[in-house]
Design a protein around this ligand. Structure first.
Ligand SMILES: O=C(O)C1=C[C@@H](OP(=O)(O)O)[C@@H](O)[C@H](O)C1
Ligand SMILES: C=C(OP(=O)(O)O)C(=O)O
Length: 430
């Protein structure tokens, strides 16, 4: 499918969707609690559905009820001791689901097969394979790719892990180590990247009564024999998604983003500092942030803690005065697409001046984009970043594969239209 976007500035208010990262975590924590938990303000994106279905496959009962508007609340009847099952879990394209559910399946025991689609099939899992080998856990994959079958039995241990592949391995282990009979430690072999996501894990665990000791991100000590306590939890707004609308305001109009927690631990809250440092004018209120059209200037960005912001930062940088370097972004090549190659290729098709570095991007600002046809590489964040680029195109922009947004933000196009965006189905993008 393809969508055509007319070049038009965006104005108005968006109710920011709930955080995908926090939703995954709260639903999992509810599933590991003995009894009934409620996770409110959840959006049923493809990734969140994948996590719910994975837990249901492991024998957890859930009921999904309407909450407010297009949000849901999930009533979860959790179990401290999941019974071993023989099952298959389809993680669709969700890296978080896969990397969070593998240790949970290893805790439950039984024989669990993990499947995935698109790039997920080959996103790295070596860190878990090393643990399985060390602990004698039986597993089988297909030339290092999915499907993966594991036969449980995770034991308490000192886990030595690299910090520059994905923080999702650390989060995944943190869900289950507190439930083992003895204490464990996760010790970083190299500095941890995406720290904010580990903060979110520790914080959600704390809401469910589970404690992890963080020794300055060098190591994490986790006491065994802990219990998750059933909880009522409300998910806050998603700064990674708000970033697209904040950028839309800074580039093209006046956009208010509602439903954000300014005290959030989300690493992607850093978008506020970045837009302001680029010269963007933000009005920051209690739960609403208004971004005003501003003349932006280049800013060098270290992406090691904020990988998901890179595509939209690249769009802003491409329309800023001066030359921006984004560094420490090598991990972007192992997401839903090679995001460095994807954003450089597509912005250059519409008049951007972006060159790829090994672990980043070099971006020379231009006044406007031309418009034309671009592809989103089956990647939701590339699709959304290109949609915001359309606000500064001279001609219409056709985005191929726009349905990719369903992974994290199924209402993205509806919200785009709420802000006055004009969309049409394109016949060019067959
Ligand atoms: O734990 C999480 O919720 C996430 C961690 C990050 O991945 P990495 O730790 O692999 O960078 C991020 O890119 C992803 O979208 C969500
Ligand atoms: C990389 C992402 O998610 P995941 O790793 O869960 O697939 C993302 O949402 O951009």
């Amino acid at each position: 499918m393809a969508i055509e976007i007319l070049p038009k500035e965006l104005n108005g208010t968006v109710h920011i969707p709930p955080s995908k990262s926090i939703s995954h975590r709260a639903i999992i924590a509810g599933a590991l609690s003995q009894g009934r938990s409620t996770v409110g303000n959840v959006m049923l994106s493809a990734d969140i559905k994948a996590t719910c279905n994975a837990l249901i496959s492991l024998g957890i009962h859930m009921e999904i009820q309407k909450y407010e508007g297009n949000r849901y609340q999930i009533i979860i009847c959790g179990k401290e001791n999941m019974e071993p099952v023989e099952t298959t879990i389809d993680c669709i394209e969700s890296g978080s689901t896969l990397r969070f559910m593998i240790p949970i399946a290893a805790l439950a025991g039984g024989r669990v097969t993990f499947q995935g689609r698109g790039k997920l099939v080959e996103r790295p899992l070596n860190i878990y394979y090393e643990i399985f080998k060390k602990q004698g856990i039986e597993y089988r994959n297909h030339d290092g790719k999915l499907p993966l079958t594991i036969c449980g039995g995770l034991k308490p241990d000192n886990f030595y892990i690299r910090g520059d592949i994905s923080s999702q391995f650390i989060s995944g282990l943190m869900f289950v180590l507190p439930l083992l009979k003895e204490d464990s430690a996760i010790i970083m072999k190299t500095p941890l990247e995406s720290k904010g996501y580990v903060d979110l894990t520790i914080d959600v665990l704390k809401s469910f009564g589970v404690h992890v000791e963080n020794n300055n991100y060098n190591s994490f000590h986790i006491k065994g024999n802990q219990r998750y306590i059933p909880t009522t939890f409300k998910v806050e707004g998603d700064f990674s998604q708000a970033a697209f609308w904040l950028a839309a305001g800074a580039l093209s109009g006046r956009v208010a983003s509602r439903g954000l927690n300014l005290n959030s631990l989300q690493g992607d809250k850093d978008i506020l500092r970045i837009i302001q440092a680029m010269g963007g004018r933000l009005e920051i209120g209690d739960d609403t942030i208004i971004a005003h059209k501003s003349s932006l200037k280049a800013l060098d960005v270290d992406a090691s803690q904020i990988p998901d912001l890179v595509p939209i930062i690249a769009v802003m940088a491409a329309l800023s005065k001066g030359t921006t370097t984004i560094k420490n972004a090598g991990r972007l090549r192992i997401k839903e697409s090679d995001r460095l190659k994807a954003i450089a290729t597509e912005l250059n098709k519409i008049g951007g001046k972006v060159s790829e570095l090994n672990d980043g991007l070099n971006i020379e600002g231009v006044e406007n984009f031309t418009g034309g046809i671009v592809d989103c590489w089956n990647d939701h964040r590339i699709a959304m970043a290109l949609a915001i680029a359309a606000t500064r195109c001279n001609k219409p922009l056709i985005i191929m594969g726009e349905e990719a947004v369903n992974k994290s933000y199924p209402d993205f196009w509806k919200d785009y239209e709420t802000l006055g965006g004009v969309l049409g189905v394109s016949s060019d993008g067959k």
